[in-house]
Design a protein around this ligand. Structure first.
Ligand code: AMP
Length: 468
């Protein structure tokens, strides 16, 4: 088929081997994204890279494909663990991202004998050990759990040839620097380093200076940019009225999936509980929840059973949810880069999206920082909202995610108008209790593959040249 050969040629032009091209084609990718087009040839040359790319730009394949290609000569179908030492190590800040990255690697590696594995904290370490013992060429890990395994001598990093630091900015934000230093000291000096970061702070540049050798800088979009296809809007609202406003906004968006961000775990829990009480299918994910609970909530959201997912920045990092139409910042982040990450959850893969922020007086200083960072002023409107919200009669689960950005804005405006309400929110002592995770039943490796990801074939943000 003619179109097919043109498609393959485009990735083919990057110098990738046949088994990888086959997997790419089967995945439905037709053309390399900008970050892939830039990073793959350089990485294949063995250069160290410092790449500026957000999640959603196709960055995983940008490092996974060259890794696979470079490891192909070492691929062995032998079952002897000695034939499968860890040759590539990918570090990610969160378990969710680690899982997603490793799932992608498995897809790209499916026509090769190369093996990969993901290890992360929050699950019984013993369930990971047998898998490690069989030997894997590519290990994806969160830093803390990797060090646990090193201590338990369940893995050896002495043959690592390629290191990837994925979402390096987030790793620094999360305080992983000491762990990173310990890990890097365990790796052979002679190796290739690929660093990916959505933002370029001075700390990131310092990290690059410390750990990379003459890195080549590649960027697919201006650093700290926000996607143009995301309609951004701020509602100025008193802190005490945020919950009522949020409820109204969500009710007006009936049937649409929304990711809501809070700054703290306790607010995430309380809010999801409050939303449930007014009849919205909501759940929360945050660092205090067990891995099992987080996976279940995420799976339910992906399946459209949950319409509102309330998340903290850490928990939401790396989530790849196709065509999420709306993100709401219940509280805006004090670190402006987090705003860029948060709104990057919507408007992905070329779709349009809406990002709304509820901002109280105390937060206006953070808003100013955000606007400085993204180099644009966000449309603001004073929200008049009553302290209560109506209880909806019915909320239909999602049939198809859609991307009607323009329509959204009008509906949002409408939702923010004052409404008459008679029902007072009931006092619920639950809200005053700290979050208590349910007992974490032995999670096992099975749960890691339980996220079903569709491979979008749409052009990605960078591909359409719509990042400012
Ligand atoms: P990432 O930024 O790596 O998280 O990728 C975001 C999404 O884009 C994932 O769902 C990938 O499967 C998808 N993707 C990656 N590369 C391509 C491509 N060349 N064409 C279409 N989709 C892609």
């Amino acid at each position: 088929m003619e179109t097919m050969s043109t498609e393959i040629l485009q990735f083919d032009a990057l110098g990738l081997a046949e088994p990888l091209l086959k997997a790419i084609s089967e995945t439905g990718y037709t053309t390399p994204t900008p970050i892939q087009a830039k990073a793959i040839p350089l990485a294949l040359q063995g250069l160290d890279l410092m790449a500026g790319a957000q999640t959603g730009t196709g960055k995983t394949a940008a490092f996974a494909l060259p890794i696979l290609q470079k490891l192909l000569p070492f691929a062995s179908s032998s079952t002897s663990p000695a034939k499968h030492p860890i040759r590539a190590l990918v570090l990610t800040p969160t378990r969710e991202l680690a899982i997603q990255v490793e799932e992608s690697i498995k897809v790209y590696a499916k026509h090769t004998p190369l093996k990969s594995l993901v290890v992360f904290g929050g699950v019984d370490i013993k369930t990971q050990t047998p898998h490690l013992k069989t030997g894997v060429e590519i290990l994806v890990a969160t830093p803390g759990r990797l060090l646990d395994h090193v201590e338990q001598k369940t893995l050896n990093l002495g043959q690592v040839q390629i290191l990837v630091l994925d979402e390096a900015d987030r790793m620094l934000d999360m305080g992983f620097m000491p762990d990173l230093k310990r890990i890097l000291a365990l790796l052979p000096k002679q190796r290739q380093n690929l660093m990916f970061s959505a933002t370029f702070s001075n700390e990131i540049k310092k990290l690059a200076d410390d750990f990379l050798t003459n890195p080549t800088l590649i960027e697919v979009a201006r650093s700290n940019a926000t996607a143009e296809n995301v309609t951004q809007k701020v509602y100025l609202v008193e802190q005490s009225k945020k919950q009522a406003l949020l409820t109204q906004l969500l009710q007006a968006e009936d049937g649409k999936q929304v990711l809501v961000f809070t700054k703290t775990k306790i607010t995430a829990s309380r809010l999801s509980r409050a939303l449930q009480k007014v009849g919205l299918a909501a759940d929360a994910i945050h660092g205090d929840k067990s891995q099992k609970e987080r996976m279940e909530a995420l799976d339910a959201f992906k399946a459209g059973k949950i319409m509102v997912l309330v998340a903290t920045d850490v928990a939401a990092r790396g989530l790849d949810i196709d065509q999420l139409p709306m993100v709401i910042n219940y509280e805006i982040p004090s670190a402006p880069e987090d705003y860029v990450h948060r709104i990057g959850r919507t408007g992905r893969a070329g779709a349009s999206g809406v990002a709304i922020s509820l901002v109280c007086e105390d937060e206006e200083k953070y808003l100013a920082e955000i606007e400085k960072l993204i180099k644009r002023t966000i449309d603001k409107e004073k929200a008049h909202v009553s302290a209560t919200a109506r209880k909806p009669s019915h909320h239909a689960p999602r049939e198809h995610a859609n991307n009607e950005g323009a329509v959204e804005s009008n509906r949002i405006k409408h939702a923010a108008k004052p409404r008459q309400h008679t029902r007072k929110p009931s006092a619920d002592p639950w809200f005053d209790k700290p979050y208590e995770p349910t007992v974490n039943n032995a999670d096992n490796m099975q749960s890691m593959s339980s996220i079903n990801r569709k491979a979008p074939v749409a052009a990605l943000l960078g591909g359409l040249g719509i990042i400012k």
